[in-house]
Design a binder for this molecule. Structure first.
Ligand code: PRP
Length: 183
């Protein structure tokens, strides 16, 4: 789905498919260099990270393992609370592995802060974070993120994995949702 297919639902297109592709390629070169000689384990956080995971993994010119986790944040409405429940755990044993968490967005940072601590306790050789998007103005906790695609304004964004009521995840690109859709 292109932004033009849902033009009435978006107040702006924030990132085009091409901008995202170029940024992922740029970050992939850093990942290849940082993990040269290693076989990192990419951990995608469902569901939002599916697109980033698929594109990053295919862009990397090296062997990687892929695994997925599903978590749910307890809280009211769309706000993260920081209290996280594991809906689907990893299949892989992390001990001694070089783990790279792959996320679509860091909003408050609460999900990743919890996830980092949880995965750290499993004894990986290293643990880093790759996030396509970050909202600096929404941060409630500081999360150390090694690879960041774009810092974006604190607006309701959808597309490229990000949803509103489970819609727009399959949008090619990231757009700002028009207020008439959610208000
Ligand atoms: C989104 C996103 C992150 C989290 C970021 O997931 O994929 O995991 O929120 O928010 P935070 O920084 O405020 O914690 P969501 O819970 O919406 O689930 P989804 O990936 O299935 O859409």
């Amino acid at each position: 789905m292109q932004p033009s297919d849902v033009a009435d639902d978006l107040s702006a297109t924030l990132l085009s498919e091409q901008q995202i592709r170029e940024k992922i390629a740029e970050l992939a070169r850093r990942v290849e260099s940082d993990y040269a000689g290693e076989r990192p384990l990419l951990v995608g956080v469902l569901k939002g990270a599916v697109m980033v995971m698929a594109d990053l993994a295919r862009e990397l010119k090296m062997h990687v393992d892929l695994d997925f986790m599903a978590v749910s944040s307890y809280g009211l409405g769309t706000e993260s609370s920081g209290v996280v429940r594991i809906l689907k755990d990893l299949d892989a044993d992390l001990s001694g592995r070089h783990v790279l968490i792959v996320e679509d967005i860091i909003d408050s940072g609460l999900t990743l802060a919890w996830l980092r601590a949880n995965l750290e306790s499993r004894g990986p050789a290293s643990l880093e974070i790759f996030a396509l998007l970050r909202k600096p103005d929404a941060a409630k906790v500081n999360v150390d993120v090694k690879y960041v695609g774009f810092d974006i304004p604190n607006e309701f964004v959808v597309g490229y994995g990000l949803d509103y009521a489970e819609q727009y995840r399959n949008l090619r690109g990231v757009g700002v949702l028009a207020p008439h859709i959610y208000s």
